[in-house]
Ligand binder design. Structure first.
Ligand code: SAM
Length: 225
């Protein structure tokens, strides 16, 4: 089957600016206390509930992947962009990074104790979000945890230029309650939500609120597991 145009455009856009993107964002977590707090809670829950492999999906240069490894998790990265993956492998030679799309995961069923999706569902169109979350749920073991963050808003933002290069990238801003409903419909149990105000970041100052959601695949003792 032919690849959807949005996937091709997203991959080509990140590949085109991979080096510049990496330079700007590689150490960003150091100045993001809310991100670190949510990732710390995620890591603690994964360990508490049995531990096991964790996939950082849409890992980019591996910033979150490496942070989670530093918190003791057995984590690997998955990303669409070979350009970003090359930088992730160069920056974090001890970690594993795989090429793939979150819209068509090929991970074994039930093999993961956790999934993070850090600013990566933002490039998935609304109509593919239910199937994407169903894929996350399939890849997680019962009781497995999911943590994500995304920009809050109602309208997508289309960028045609970044770092002086021509790109075609759509950033889909969403309401947390909208994403939470899709997660619940896909069989997730919502565990935590955090909405924060804009903060300075490596590229300037954020222009929207940011939403963190945590959910889990119900454990086996739940009827919908
Ligand atoms: C804004 S960047 C965030 C990167 C990283 N998570 C971070 O926080 O630094 C979005 C990332 O999602 C990846 N991505 C976009 N669509 C994807 C898809 N369908 N499957 C896997 N990765 C995807 C992009 O290649 C890019 O690395």
């Amino acid at each position: 089957m032919a690849e959807p145009a949005f996937l091709h455009e997203t991959r080509a856009s990140y590949d085109a600016v991979a080096t510049e993107f990496a330079e700007q964002f590689t150490d960003e977590l150091a100045s993001k206390p809310f991100d670190r707090a949510v990732l710390a809670a995620f890591a603690e829950l994964v360990v508490r509930d049995g531990n096991g492999p964790v996939a950082d999906i849409g890992c980019g240069t591996g910033m979150v992947t490496a942070h989670l490894a530093g918190l003791g998790l057995d984590v690997f990265g998955v990303d669409l962009s070979p350009g970003l993956l090359a930088l992730a492998r160069r920056n974090h030679p001890g970690l594993r990074f795989e090429e793939g799309s979150m819209t068509a995961l090929t991970l074994p069923e039930g093999g993961l104790a956790g999934i993070t999706a850090w600013y990566s569902i933002i490039h998935v169109p609304d109509d593919l979000l239910p199937a994407t979350f169903a894929g996350f749920r399939r890849a997680l073991a019962p009781g497995g945890h999911l943590a994500m963050v995304f920009q809050v808003g109602d309208e997508p933002v289309v960028r045609t230029e970044a770092f002086g290069k021509s790109i075609s990238l759509t950033f889909r801003r969403r309401r947390p309650e909208q994403v939470a409903a899709v997660l619940t419909d896909a069989g997730f149990e919502l565990r935590a939500q955090l909405l924060r105000e804009p903060e300075p970041y490596a590229g300037g100052t954020e222009t929207t609120q940011q939403a963190y959601l945590m959910a889990r695949r119900p454990p086996l003792d739940r009827p919908d597991a």
